[in-house]
Design a protein around this ligand. Structure first.
Ligand code: TA6
Length: 292
């Protein structure tokens, strides 16, 4: 993890520029290997397009930006709690780290990949001093790692990479890697259930927290490609799509946009939450690749 020094300007290598995107500051990556957009607000990657591919990330055209807004799409970094938190009463859904501007601490090339590191310090509203760090490796594959480090106070943390994957039609997916897994069904008050021994096909509002920490392959049948999600340091895989009834109530999403994405989220959540002593850290990560 790189230290954060007050306002130290980080040299941007060629192929990386700081621009205004949708009215807020973002790092725009344009290399032979990939194009990408990473907003400083939330350290939020909203676009990753490996060479020769279509964007792997979905982004709502009605998303809000700036001043505490949570961008709808891309990869929201979630923590230090998931959803309403384990107690169910947290004031901000999915934690506060996605609602603050982060600071760029490192920008470099590693082979053909751009490596970007960002940090969020002195933002913990509890006064506990929790710090967040994120590392992005952007090229033909995409790796994202999120680290939460406890400050002076011991703290229980959850974390997730709430990735919105772009698909041709969510009703024509086969999601492999969840077969036979236990899950909590958040559309049924977190009722316990078990996935059949078949690939998951979505047929209605879906909000499931699977006890799966291994590779998941999202076969986008209509789009003719698969997106492979390889998590590390996680315990759960969340699968979410609101379907039209819930999408209609979301002001930052066009009513018909729900067909174009599925969220598959590597996470540490619910009973897998971790207690961090002062200085202790939790890191979760994921690597994505596209297969044709
Ligand atoms: O990860 C699934 C979920 O927690 C759903 O319950 C759904 O509400 C979704 O995230 C979106 O959350 P957001 O706070 O970004 O509107």
């Amino acid at each position: 993890m790189s230290p954060v020094t007050e306002r130290t300007p980080v040299h941007l290598p060629s192929g990386v520029s700081l621009e205004q995107v949708n009215g807020t500051e973002a790092l725009v990556i344009n290399t032979p290997a990939a194009r990408a957009v990473l907003h400083l607000d939330g350290a939020h990657l909203t676009s990753w397009t490996p060479a020769g591919e279509q964007d792997v990330l979905w982004l709502s055209e009605l998303s809000e930006y700036g001043d505490g807004a949570a961008i709808r799409g891309g990869i929201p970094l979630v923590g230090p709690w998931f959803g309403p938190g384990r107690s169910g009463d947290k004031p901000v859904k999915h934690g506060w780290i996605r609602n603050h501007p982060w600071e760029l601490t490192e920008a470099s090339f590693d082979g053909k990949d751009v490596v970007l590191e960002l940090a969020l310090v002195d933002a913990d509203p509890s006064g506990g001093g929790l710090r967040a760090d994120a590392r992005f490796r952007i090229g033909a594959e995409l790796s994202v790692d999120l680290t939460l480090t406890a400050g002076a106070q011991e703290v229980e943390v959850e974390a997730a990479l709430h990735t919105y994957l772009a698909v041709a039609d969510v009703r024509e997916l086969r999601i492999h890697g969840l077969q036979g897994a236990d899950y909590l069904d958040n559309t049924q008050g977190l009722a316990e259930d078990r996935q059949e021994d078949t690939a998951l096909e979505l047929t209605g509002p879906t909000d499931r927290i699977y006890s799966v920490n291994s590779e998941v392959r999202i076969e986008d049948v209509a789009g003719g490609r698969s997106i492979v999600s390889c998590p590390r340091g996680t315990a759960k895989t969340v699968v979410w799509n609101p379907w039209p009834e819930l999408a209609a109530g979301m002001a930052d999403m066009p009513d018909d946009a729900w067909t174009s994405f599925v969220c598959v989220e590597p996470a540490v959540a619910k009973e897998s939450a971790q207690v961090l002593r002062s200085g202790g850290a939790l890191t979760i990560g994921v690597t994505y690749r596209v297969e044709r």
